[in-house]
Design a protein around this ligand. Structure first.
Ligand code: MN
Ligand code: MN
Length: 456
């Protein structure tokens, strides 16, 4: 071995790591992920698809206060928007819990509470965007409507329009270039406004109506199909998301183009690792809502629910919850920005996540001098290095872009706040937060292996 090989660190490509049978496994695993993605475009749908997967694998529903026993495989459905799945191991809970925490919400366009209006013979829906989007990316693409309408009777109506190939789709129109001179001189962030993100939903007037005939017709169609009236929008959660299905990208099919990789490309591997895990540790997979808007609210990671759940487990298994938390470990499972050679100016290449470079560990996120970041301690990283290398996990380290270029956060710090060693680990993504994002299949599989090694 040369001195260089002995002393120097070298990042590996997944193509040097994955060969033979593993290549087939990755293909299979990615196909299952793609089918999961197509069923899970919103946080509510991701909860439903995840529960389906869990129940198929012997998990059953847990309610706060239920008695828990070693060997139990359970899930707690928090308001249909956030999910805690867990397996109770044979070892003492005071040895700590292994926690993988991902989020299942993605940037999108939410409908306003009074969304419907008509202008110049067109029916529209008003929106208020959710999460960090580049508004111009959401015009002139096919959109689908997903969500629920909660009625005063207590009934909740599920709505999905635009996913079946026989369904109509919707769209936000953009200005033709011929008349876009002034628009195109504006900065990208200002060319399309939030109030301008109105979704075109029809143009046919209601027979016999003189005023607002198109708007009335749109409501008539919705009423026919779903039994709702306009006032029911007041208690609805409806979102417009890209109507596209997840697809293989590239001649070699090495990549996946899809809506909502952030953060389902971490939620799904965290979930499948929990399902496959048979270790003696207690493991919790958290799939949180609201990460894209700051983890607020009782379905977000800032809520006391993880802490409450640990208290409940501790009470049931005669453990001291303070000791349990102090000995617990967490992987905050979230995506990282992959190095994009087309925008190399915002990246510092040595410390950037490479597509096909493996699952990414981020010691810190945040912005401007590590502000608002959970800067994980070196000892925790060392233990993960040992664990990943022993289990053959292909991984890399990175931070998000150049120093002072921008930044972002994850749920990591809210878990670290309750005295749990936490670090960010996830899949590198190109075009993050765009209507369609890109990941590499090899990295997705590396995430699965990393979470599996962590559960063990
Ligand atoms: Mn994320
Ligand atoms: Mn995000």
């Amino acid at each position: 071995m040369s001195i260089k090989d002995k002393l120097m660190y070298k990042k590996k490509s997944s193509y040097d790591v994955y060969t033979g049978e593993t290549v087939d496994k990755i293909r299979e695993y990615s196909a299952e992920y793609v089918s999961f993605l197509d069923r899970a475009k919103t946080e509510r749908e991701t909860v439903v698809a995840s529960i389906e997967l869990l129940e198929k694998n012997g998990f059953s529903q847990y309610k706060l206060g239920d008695k828990i026993n070693p060997g139990d495989k359970l899930y707690y459905n928090n308001r249909g928007k956030c999910l805690f799945a867990f397996t109770i191991g044979k070892e003492s809970l005071e040895k700590g819990i292994r926690i993988c925490a991902a989020h299942l919400d993605s940037p999108r366009l939410d409908l306003k509470q009074i969304p419907l209006f008509e202008d110049s013979g067109f029916g529209y829906l008003k929106t208020h965007y959710y999460g960090g989007i580049k508004k111009y990316q959401w015009t002139a693409i096919p959109l689908a409507l997903h969500g629920v309408v909660a009625l005063k009777t207590g009934e909740v109506i599920n709505i999905v329009i635009g996913e079946d190939e026989n369904d109509p789709v919707f769209c936000i129109t953009d200005l033709l270039p011929h008349l876009g001179r002034a628009q195109m001189e504006k900065p990208l962030g200002k060319a399309i406004t939030g109030e301008g993100l109105n979704i075109l939903i029809g143009s046919e007037p209601c027979e016999g109506e003189e005023h607002d005939a198109v708007k009335i017709n749109m409501m008539r169609i919705l009423n026919e199909k779903y039994g709702i009236v306009e006032e029911d929008f007041l208690s609805a959660e409806l979102s417009a998301v890209p109507a596209d299905k997840a697809r293989d990208l590239g001649l070699d099919r090495s990549l996946i183009l899809a809506y909502g990789h952030d953060d389902r490309c971490c939620s799904y591997p965290a979930l499948t690792a929990l399902v496959e895990n048979d270790s003696e540790h207690t493991v919790i997979c958290v799939l949180a809502d609201k990460e894209e808007i700051g983890s607020e609210g009782n379905t977000g990671m800032k809520s006391s629910l993880l802490r409450d759940l640990i208290d409940e487990l501790s009470a049931s298994l005669n453990a001291d919850p303070i000791v349990v938390r102090a000995n617990s470990l967490c992987l905050s499972a979230d995506v990282s920005a992959a190095y994009d050679p087309l925008y190399s100016e915002v990246y510092e290449k040595t410390n950037s996540a490479m597509l096909n470079g493996g699952v990414v560990m981020m010691k810190y996120t945040g912005h401007a001098g590590k502000a608002s970041s959970n800067d994980a301690r070196a000892e925790y990283i060392a233990s993960l290095r040992a664990m990943f290398d022993e289990c053959g996990v292909h991984w890399q380290t990175a931070e998000l872009g150049k120093v002072d270029e921008g930044g972002g956060g994850t749920v990591a710090m809210y878990i670290a706040d309750i005295n749990i060693d936490t670090i960010d680990l996830g899949v590198p993504v190109l075009s993050m937060h765009a209507p369609l994002e890109v990941i590499a299949k090899n990295d997705l599989y590396s995430a699965h292996l990393a979470f599996l090694a962590f559960c063990k």
